[in-house]
Write a protein that binds this ligand. Structure first.
Ligand code: FES
Length: 159
C-alpha cells in the first residue's frame, strides 16, 4: 500500500506521528524495505517528565489526607457497548473511568491533541479541555476526546 500511495517513498524524508504501535509498525516496515533511517523522524509525546511524576506522588500523598468524597459528588459513567458503568470522583476523565473498568480506549498523547481517544457521547455533559484534537463537526455530532473530558454529571459513552 505504501508503494501505491507514495511510489517514491525510498527517496523521501519520512515524518511519523501517531500511537506507539502504529509508529513501531511504520518503522519496521521502512527498515524491512531498506529505507535510509537517517531520513526517518518521529514525533513522540514521550514519557512523563520526572517533575510531573514527583507532583503526582505529592498529590497522591495529599489525597490520602483529604476528606472522603461525598457519594453525591460522584458521577456515573456508563459504557453502552460493553454494558459496564462506574462512579467517578470529580475531575476524573472519561478515559480514566474506562481504564478502571478494564476498557482500553486507544490513547496516544493524553492531552487532547491527536484525536486517538475520540468516542461518541450518547448522553450527559462533559468539560472537554482539548488542544485542537477534534473538529467542530465531530463535536457537533456528539464526539468527545475521552482523555481530556471530565463528566459534569452522569454520562453515557458508546464504547
Ligand atoms: S489521546 Fe490524544 S487526544 Fe486523547
Amino acid at each position: 500500500m505504501l508503494e501505491l500511495m507514495a511510489p517514491d517513498f525510498m527517496e523521501r524524508e519520512v515524518f511519523c506521528c501517531g500511537p506507539t504501535p502504529y509508529m513501531n509498525a511504520v518503522k519496521r516496515l521502512l527498515e524491512a524495505s531498506g529505507f535510509d533511517m537517517s531520513r526517518y523522524h518521529e514525533e513522540s509525546f514521550g514519557a512523563t517528565p520526572p517533575e510531573a511524576r514527583a507532583d503526582a506522588v505529592e498529590h497522591a500523598e495529599q489525597a490520602a489526607d483529604a476528606p472522603q468524597i461525598d457519594v453525591a459528588d460522584l458521577h456515573q459513567v456508563e459504557f453502552t457497548a460493553s454494558g459496564k458503568s462506574i462512579r467517578v470522583a470529580p475531575g476524573e476523565t472519561v478515559h480514566a473511568a474506562a481504564a478502571k473498568l478494564g476498557l482500553l480506549i486507544p490513547k496516544a498523547c493524553g492531552m487532547g491533541i491527536c484525536g486517538t481517544c475520540k468516542v461518541m457521547k450518547l448522553g450527559g455533559e462533559v468539560d472537554m479541555e482539548h488542544n485542537g484534537g477534534i473538529t467542530e463537526e465531530d463535536e457537533a455530532e456528539g464526539y468527545i476526546l475521552s482523555c481530556c473530558s471530565v463528566p459534569k454529571g452522569d454520562v453515557r459513552i458508546e464504547f
